[in-house]
Design a protein around this ligand. Structure first.
Ligand code: FES
Ligand SMILES: [Fe+2]
Length: 350
């Protein structure tokens, strides 16, 4: 169940910097995405209305795209700008031009009702344009339903198991304190997502900096349609005893890092995981290390989710279970159901 009245990440801005027209699929809808000469990202329906040839296989002519089947040309607004051999252009010869926003170093496309598009609905996110963090951004193509990846992001309780070797640094004590921390996570409902906070107290090993025991405050949010942010603030051990009554540490962390992930459902059984990760800009020397570990960890997620998808495909009628550890997922899906109902109500009213 995917929402339509949301901004979906089509790609990082740098993915489209080559001047080419890119074929992008979101919610099973083919888009042709490119950047105009004035630097504005455009997303057109990737289907010529004449005989359904993809415009992404067309030719850029200035800011227009010419369909390279029979030569019809379209502008960034989707209107036909040239119809070979026919001076009068029927208004039906056009393609949908999607609303696009560039934010956090990414290109976001509104897949729903254009009248309801609100750029403020793009969640906060630390992307490759951040000045505070030294971010590297990339993506993975995953052969699994996007919802399975969203479930995974809502469930940090998988980290000590799936990411035993990476985020857990292969250390038993570190893994145990992660498990305990996750059991005490506090989840708060947001208008369009959930906010989860927990302490990981007594981290022995850190995969980024050798010999740096720490107590970590781990704060993450997941907002529709699948935008995950996680900030890990590593403090000198014992910080909780030095916190004020509000539980907020007065001291600066010794290290902070950010992990952002965005799920874009591509088609049934396929999705993209976009990620942007990095340490504080002041510890930019750790940038490559944080990226390498994140890549390894996301491949660990990819492996378990693709394996899960294969079992689901073989046992499509068997339900899954919901247990105590699935609390954030349950809360998030309640929000999605409410927003979906609103969408359907709006669609009926329209
Ligand atoms: S299919 Fe595009 S011009 Fe004919
Ligand atoms: Fe994971």
């Amino acid at each position: 169940m995917y929402l339509r009245n949301c901004w979906y990440l089509a790609g990082w801005r740098s993915d489209f910097a080559d001047g080419q027209v890119h074929a992008v699929t979101i919610l099973n809808e083919p888009l042709a995405v490119y950047v105009t000469g004035h630097g504005k990202a455009v997303a057109l329906e990737d289907r010529c209305p004449h005989r359904a040839a993809p415009l992404s296989k067309g030719r850029r002519e200035g800011d227009d795209i010419r369909c390279m089947y029979h030569g019809i040309m379209f502008g960034p607004d989707g209107a036909c700008t040239e119809l070979p051999g026919q001076p009068v252009i029927p208004p039906s010869v056009c393609v949908r031009s999607y609303l696009v926003e560039e934010r956090h170093g990414g290109v976001w496309v509104w897949m729903g009702d254009a009248a309801l598009a609100d750029p403020s609905l793009i969640p906060d996110f630390i992307g490759p344009d951040s000045e505070e963090f030294a971010i590297t951004a990339s993506h993975l193509d995953i052969a699994a339903e996007g919802q399975l990846l969203i479930d995974n992001l809502l469930d940090v309780s998988h980290a000590p198991y799936v990411h035993e070797a990476t985020f857990g640094a292969g250390d038993r004590k570190t893994i145990q304190m992660q498990i305990e921390g996750e059991h005490q996570a506090v989840t708060t409902r947001l208008a369009r997502g959930v906010h989860i906070e927990r302490w990981h107290v007594g981290r022995q090993k850190n995969p980024y900096v050798p010999d740096m025991p720490s107590d970590d405050l781990v704060i993450n949010e997941v907002n529709v349609p699948g935008v995950f942010t996680l900030r890990t603030r590593c403090y000198a051990p014992g910080v909780q005893q030095r916190c004020g009554a509000d539980g907020i540490p007065a001291e600066d962390p010794i290290l902070e890092r950010s992990v952002g992930q965005v799920v874009t459902p591509v088609a049934p059984g396929r999705c993209k995981l976009f990620f942007a990760v990095g340490p504080w800009a002041r510890r930019a020397e750790l940038k490559q290390r944080v990226f390498d570990i994140a890549c390894e960890a996301f491949q660990e997620d990819e492996a378990i989710i693709e394996a899960q998808q294969q079992i689901i495909d073989k046992t499509p009628d068997r339900p899954m279970m919901t247990l105590g550890m699935d609390g954030p997922l349950v809360r998030y899906m309640n929000i999605v159901r409410r927003l979906k109902k609103e969408e359907e109500g709006e669609a009926v009213a329209a």
